[in-house]
Write a protein that binds this ligand. Structure first.
Ligand code: CUA
Length: 336
């Protein structure tokens, strides 16, 4: 695991191992930057030293008649615009790579990650939980749905060239596909208090069959969807949000991903962030046609529980409650 740290007995390792296609492409970008900067640095130093020597004060060189012909200007403009194009090209290349892991399909296997002082908690689609480790199957795209229970942390997997801030009161996502099995570092990359430097762990990339075995061995508890369904009742959400409830509140069946009209005008897409906001700050986005009567659950409900309820609401299909009773029979366990 420490194979990439500087170890003089083994040689000098400048980069962590790259265990995904994305990581290799980030390294290619880095190499491109080093080559372009290296070539330019050498060219500049040679020119500065060479011209400095040629035009030194004691040199009897002819200094009259500086060159101002058209061809000289063309050379100058070409040189400057070529450099500009090269560096803008690097910028575009880097930007495309930068955004790639933050855009992906929400259908990918989703692992919930909660950062807190000072540990990483993860929950797999089948409900299995772990702390400071992250087991994933090789070759499968994994989506991390992350939030923080306290301050800003940053989820950092050097071998996958993946780093994303984990923020309180907000969800951030990251996608990756590991191509090789093995164990690699997991770090917190944002100073978050006394034990920040100890907020680390490892990611374990396993063969899919080994991953399934690991889930079975470690596995525990109901899935986030099943837990969410229970919380939905115990927190009383079902009292208002189910079809024939006494208090009129928007039905939540099939809400996920839909466009919601707002009372203050405009619309919003019902993504996970919206669902979360609606639980802890219900007055923030009141749905058109409804009174702002929902109480806030801020402080009463943990991030963990919000993630479960959001997973449950996500699993609901339109018409679920009408057909299946108060909380729906469609326990569409999040597919992995
Ligand atoms: Cu968490 Cu640094």
């Amino acid at each position: 695991m420490e194979d990439w740290l500087i170890d003089l007995r083994q040689g000098l390792y400048l980069l962590p191992e790259a265990v995904s296609d994305y990581a290799s492409r980030v390294d290619a970008l880095y190499l491109g930057l080093v080559i372009v900067s290296g070539v330019l640095t050498v060219a500049l130093v040679v020119l500065v030293v060479g011209l400095g020597w040629r035009y030194r004060a004691s040199s009897p060189i002819d200094r009259t008649d500086p060159r101002t012909e058209r061809i000289d200007r063309i050379i100058e403009v070409t040189w400057a615009s070529t450099l500009l194009a090269v560096f803008l090209g690097l910028f575009v290349w880097a930007s495309m790579l930068y955004f790639e892991p933050y855009r992906g399909s929400t259908d990918a296997m989703t692992v919930n990650v909660i950062g807190k002082q000072w540990m990483w908690k993860a929950q797999h689609p089948d409900g299995t939980r772990e702390i400071n480790t992250l087991h994933v199957p090789v070759g499968e795209t994994v989506r991390l749905r992350m939030t923080s229970q306290d301050v800003i942390h940053s989820f950092y997997l050097p071998s996958l060239r993946l780093k994303r801030d984990v923020l309180p009161e907000r969800y951030t996502d990251a996608w990756f596909t590991a191509d090789q099995t093995g164990e690699h570092w997991l770090f917190c990359a944002e100073y978050c208090g006394t034990d920040h430097s100890r907020m680390r762990g490892k990611i374990v990339v396993m063969e899919p069959s080994a991953y399934d075995d690991w889930l079975t061995r470690t596995g525990g508890g109901p899935s986030p969807v099943a837990q969410g369904r229970e919380l939905f009742q115990s927190y009383g959400c079902s009292g208002c949000h189910v079809g024939d409830a006494r208090v009129r509140a928007p039905s939540l069946a099939g809400i996920y991903g839909r466009t919601v009209p707002l009372a203050k005008g405009g619309t919003i897409t019902a993504d996970e962030g919206y669902l979360r906001d609606s639980i802890v700050q219900p007055q923030k986005h009141v749905v058109a046609g409804y009174e702002p009567v929902m109480p806030s659950y801020a402080g009463q409900i943990s991030e963990d529980e919000i993630l479960q309820i959001v997973a449950y609401i996500q699993s609901l299909e339109p018409g679920d409650w009408e057909a299946g009773g108060p909380v729906g029979n469609n326990v569409n366990e999040t597919p992995r």
